[in-house]
Design a protein around this ligand. Structure first.
Ligand code: SAM
Length: 204
């Protein structure tokens, strides 16, 4: 992927977006007695440090229409601010996911954006942060859990990314993803059993 194509990829996000699903994932891991899962989080995104504290937390449905609109405005402003060279970034998702994972979990966070990964390295030294383009790369060793929210719906080659994510899940492992991406970009060859609205299990 060219530098220009990379620049066009949006990575703005806001806090607490997937807490409900992360809680469901923890419940599932506890039920299965999994205490040390190997977890891959793809495309956590980030916001500029200047606006990170101003973006309202949680699902759009839980905000008033005005608060929702205001957050959308701030996100657009954030997109502009982030064009400033070396703009400092803040990434929420790895910390939010870590809060819900068992203490023995090993978390790798991957994003195509180098600035996002550099910010994650500073914020979360306990996490393995890697620049990976899942359009053409996959994990060397399949993992127990792949988390990937709101990446494919904005990507240029979402089907390739879905295939590489699927290959990154071990048999019996789970995929945690927005339902729209799962529905739009998987094929009949991607065998996945539905556990909840956002979690699917790959058969053994
Ligand atoms: C819109 S943000 C989503 C942020 C967050 N997951 C959320 O749900 O709000 C999309 C993220 O996916 C990353 N991304 C886009 N294409 C990618 C690819 N091919 N491989 C890895 N990461 C990618 C972007 O850099 C960005 O950080």
């Amino acid at each position: 992927m060219s530098k220009n194509e990379r620049r066009k990829i949006c990575s703005t996000t806001w806090p607490g977006r997937h807490d409900g699903t992360f809680a469901e994932l923890r419940k599932l891991l506890d039920e299965k007695g999994v205490t040390a899962p190997v977890v891959l989080e793809v495309g956590p995104g980030a916001a500029s440090k200047y606006l990170a504290g101003m973006l309202a937390s949680g699902d759009g449905e839980k905000l008033s229409p005005l608060a929702n609109r205001w957050r959308a405005v701030l996100r657009n402003v954030d997109g502009l601010i982030r064009r400033i060279p070396n703009c400092p970034l803040h990434s929420y998702e790895p910390g939010e996911l870590l809060k819900f994972l068992p203490a023995g979990a090993k978390l790798t966070v991957a994003d195509i954006s180098e600035p996002v990964i550099r910010a994650i390295e500073k914020q979360y030294p306990q996490v393995c942060a890697r620049v990976i383009d899942f359009t053409c790369e996959t994990m060397d060793e399949p993992v127990d859990v792949v988390v990937c929210f709101c990446v494919l719906t904005r990507a240029m080659r979402p089907r390739e990314i879905f295939e590489n994510l699927y290959q990154s899940i071990r048999p019996g492992g789970v995929l945690v993803m927005d339902a729209r991406s799962r529905k739009s970009f998987s094929t009949a060859e991607h065998v996945l059993e539905e556990m909840t609205g956002h979690i699917w299990r790959k058969p053994e």
